[in-house]
Design a protein around this ligand. Sequence first.
Ligand SMILES: [Zn+2]
Length: 328
Amino acid sequence: MTLNVLLRQGQVALLALGLMGFGMAAVQAEDESLDRPIEKVLEPIQLTDRVHYFYGSLENRNPTNLGFTNNTGFVVTDEGVVLIDSGPSYQVAQRMEKAIAEVTDQPITHVISVGSQDHRWLGNGYFLQRGAELVALERTVRTQAEFGERHVESLGRQVGEEAMVGTLPVPSRNPIDADEYTLTVGGVDFELIYAGDAHFPGDIMVHLPGEDVVFTGDIVYTERMLGIHPWSNPVEKLEAFRHLESIDPEIVVPGHGRATDMAEARQDTGDYLELVVREVKAGIEDWESLGEVVDRLEDLEQFRHLRHYDDWHRPNVNRTYLFIEGNM
Ligand SMILES: [Zn+2]
């Protein structure tokens, strides 16, 4: 981008900047991969013949990314498109549909909810209007109903009220009363796997065995530090990660961060969760105070490269401590 601007400003400027100009272009490109505006996020990335995903911005929710700071996906079957999560709002959902129409003529027939955080499902209302079926486990729907109103409000504060016009929280009216469920559409199997109260109560993963892909929702973060909230269960999150390892898919589409393989998922999420849970447990058994454990684990060199480390890591250890202490 910067390079193009420089070229437009004339060869002289480019030559004058020389190597420095190229350096800036590289830095700029890197920043863009992190805070992509909504237009960039809405450029679908193909993973297999059938599977595509929208690579969400790694920045916090803002008026530029409209809250699309997570990944969503879509799968082109022989009988319609199955969407994995509906995005942060009614308006973004509409734009998602347009972007998908550039890839296939098939209509969107199903929307699977992987979780209940704002940007996973607040586009549901739009797709329901367009005739799609909303597919979700009962546990997920229960959390969506509980948090929905609050999430619409807080997202509006971050992306601007205008961007949220038309958005209502619309959970599935026919939730599935099971922990595991296989949806088959147009010859493609989608295994919905309950992942515990990992990030939000009722998170799931979606495994496409025929494609060797798992959409992990917030079980896996790559490139950025994962978040543990007061309502998260870091122990079940780790168990869900181990379940994912037993599936061992070729392609992992994390909740946040670019699509990748199991090795990177383990490095950025599995190893982190394992270390934090293990060290916090050991600290509690040794009668270390919350403050002592948070200080002892403050500097984890191998995870420093993860974006938002400084914002999230200490609270993560803090909340893991409170969770384990309260559930021992
Ligand atoms: Zn998330």
